[in-house]
Design a protein around this ligand. Structure first.
Ligand code: 523
Length: 150
């Protein structure tokens, strides 16, 4: 019991330290076009390779979450997006916390291309639950379905 108490305290302290340090925020983009959302197939790390994600990445120092969404979509998809509303709640991931933002293509922006992924697909509300999502993104499936339903 004493060892368990110590272990519990260590966990609590570690969580408090992370919160004080400010957890790393990773943004993900629910890019919507014609009632479908863009899913992108990851190439790394090995445990996530082949699984589908909402594209995004780490927010950099001094950058807003919306700025990070726009930058990541340029880097990974070669296109310009306009950021809409937050989707779902904070999702705990190993890297910190994942926050999903809905977005749409900017006027006249080209269609997304897989510059860093091994594939892209547009997924309808009916198809969203059946996609082989990375674990964190699976938690927003219900929110994605709501977002895509008229
Ligand atoms: N996720 C995740 N879902 C999701 C994204 C964009 C990211 O679970 N939709 C996780 C995967 C990684 C971490 O968040 O563990 C960082 O995402 P990554 O690798 O796409 O972010 P980068 O490219 O900014 O990070 P670097 O690895 O530093 O290049």
């Amino acid at each position: 019991p004493f060892r368990r108490l110590l272990a519990t305290r260590a966990t609590v302290l570690a969580e408090a330290a992370r919160a004080l340090a400010g957890a790393q925020v990773v943004v993900a983009t629910a890019l919507v076009r014609d009632a479908a959302v863009l899913a992108a197939r990851r190439t790394r790390p090995p445990e996530l390779a082949g699984l589908w994600e909402l594209p995004g990445g780490r927010v950099e120092a001094g950058e807003s979450e919306a700025d990070a969404v726009v930058r990541e979509c340029r880097e990974e998809l070669g296109t310009d997006v306009v950021v809409d509303a937050r989707l779902g709640t904070d999702l705990r991931i190993d890297a910190g916390v994942l926050r999903v933002h809905a977005a749409h293509l900017a006027d006249g922006a080209p269609g997304p291309r897989a510059l860093e992924h091994s594939g892209l697909r547009w997924v309808t509300a009916a198809e969203v639950p059946g996609v082989d999502w990375v674990p964190a993104d699976r938690a927003v499936v219900a929110d994605l379905v709501d977002l895509l339903r008229p």
